[in-house]
Unconditional design. Structure first.
Ligand code: CAA
Length: 380
């Protein structure tokens, strides 16, 4: 078994790392405080191919493999958690379902412009009354001539206020429950679409997390993504891919917390010695580094399974997300502890890492949901 990255994957890693250190890290605290969406950085990322990582070359994409995508998301998130998830959502939750389920016409219509960053993507599944249970959604779509009319509200939508194109799920046959859900590609300028409340989040504050409102929103029939009534499988299959990215995002945030803790513990002196000389600090550093490596390997494993063509990799993706999320929360908590009083202030970035990390256990399926996915796969 070869656990090393290929030359191409290493190239993506160093390109993403260099960009993230130069462009994203210096702005991360500022956009966390202001909540400003990092539009300029996103435009620069498009030029590097970081917005077209899963888009085939035929449509102007960089067509990286999924290990490269994970590696890039890790490096971006190491510098800025908000930008990490903005990138992950655009690539995996918006571009990927169009690549995988779109008709040729839909691919032609959207992918080239999503690849250049002209169109930013988002994913509308969650609703005010349905998070863990997306089959319980209330948004409805009814046919009306050449269009569908969508009515309902989506909530907690990353990129919601900044995106141009949305992969949205709605009931076309409410009685059929999850078998009556259909997926649509909705543009922000379609009549009847509007952006609602902007969430004031604990972490990942620059992600323009907003409500999406559909009031007789007119969506052309050719914008149905996949088959009518098969939208639930589009959602689940898409989340399998995207959960790998969240594993990578969690690893990146945890790595940043370890990097900063290593440096600080060598500078900070107490009782006349750098605190890294105390075994209780060493224990923390050792445990942080060990769980980060384990989380990274689980994440690479899930991405590798996808690249190797495994049809169903839900279990591997859920394991990666579950473990990496709890690693990120634990490692960032310990980083705040190592920094002591300073860790609890905004003078250092570790409190931001701690706030950002918590979301990893919540979005794209809570940790409890990941355990359900893993257990069902074991018992199947
Ligand atoms: N791939 C393909 N098909 C799948 C699948 C997968 N990964 N998972 C389930 N299915 C299929 C099943 O085979 C079944 O098919 P049939 O209709 O043919 O029988 C169907 O889907 C229903 O499956 P379940 O009975 O398992 O469905 P369920 O209602 O019990 O739900 C669940 C399963 C795992 C709990 C699922 O609801 C789930 O993942 N919930 C979490 C939702 C989530 O992750 N939301 C995240 C929102 S997006 C977000 O957070 C983005 C952001 O902002 C960054």
């Amino acid at each position: 078994m070869n656990l090393s990255l290929t030359e191409d994957q290493k190239m993506v890693q160093s390109m993403a790392r260099e960009f993230a250190l130069k462009e994203l890290e210096p702005k991360a605290a500022e956009i966390d405080a202001s909540g400003e969406f990092p539009s300029d950085s996103i435009k620069k990322m498009a030029k590097l191919g970081l917005l077209s990582m899963v888009v085939p070359e035929k449509y102007g994409g960089a067509e990286f493999d999924f290990v490269s995508l994970a590696v890039a998301i890790e490096e971006i998130s190491r510098a800025c958690g908000s930008t990490g998830v903005i990138t992950a959502v655009h690539n995996s939750l918006a571009c990927w379902p169009i690549v995988n389920w779109g008709t040729d016409a839909l691919k032609e219509k959207y992918l080239p412009r999503m690849a250049t960053g002209e169109l930013l993507g988002a994913f509308g599944l969650t609703e005010p009354n349905c998070g863990s249970d997306p089959a319980g959604m209330e948004t409805k779509a009814v046919p009306d001539g050449d269009h569908y009319l969508l009515n309902g509200t989506k909530r907690f939508i990353t990129n919601g206020g900044a995106a141009d194109v949305f992969v949205v799920f709605a009931l076309t046959d409410p009685a059929a429950k999850h078998r009556g859900i259909t997926c649509f590609v909705v543009e922000k300028d379609f009549p009847g679409f509007s952006v609602g409340k902007h969430e004031d989040l604990l972490g990942l504050r620059a992600t323009s997390n907003c409500e999406l409102i559909f009031e007789d929103c007119k969506v052309p029939k050719e914008n149905v993504l996949g088959e009518i009534g098969k939208g639930f499988k589009v959602a689940m299959g898409t989340l399998d891919v995207s959960r790998i990215d969240i594993g990578a995002q969690a690893v990146g945030i945890a790595q940043a917390a370890l990097d900063k803790s290593l440096a600080y513990s060598q500078e900070r002196k107490q009782f006349g010695r750098p605190i890294c000389e105390f075994q209780m600090i060493q224990e923390k550093l050792a445990e942080m580094a060990t769980s980060i490596l384990a989380a990274r390997l689980l994440t690479y494993n899930a991405a590798f399974q996808k690249d190797a063509g495994k049809k169903r990799f839900s279990r591997e993706a859920a394991m990666a997300k579950l473990f990496a999320a709890s690693t990120a929360v634990e490692v960032t908590r310990e980083a705040v502890q190592i920094f002591g009083g300073y860790g609890y202030t905004k003078d250092y970035p570790v409190e931001r890492y701690f706030r950002d990390a918590k979301c990893m256990e919540i979005y794209e399926g809570t940790s409890e949901i990941q355990k359900i996915v893993i257990a069902r796969s074991l018992l199947a």
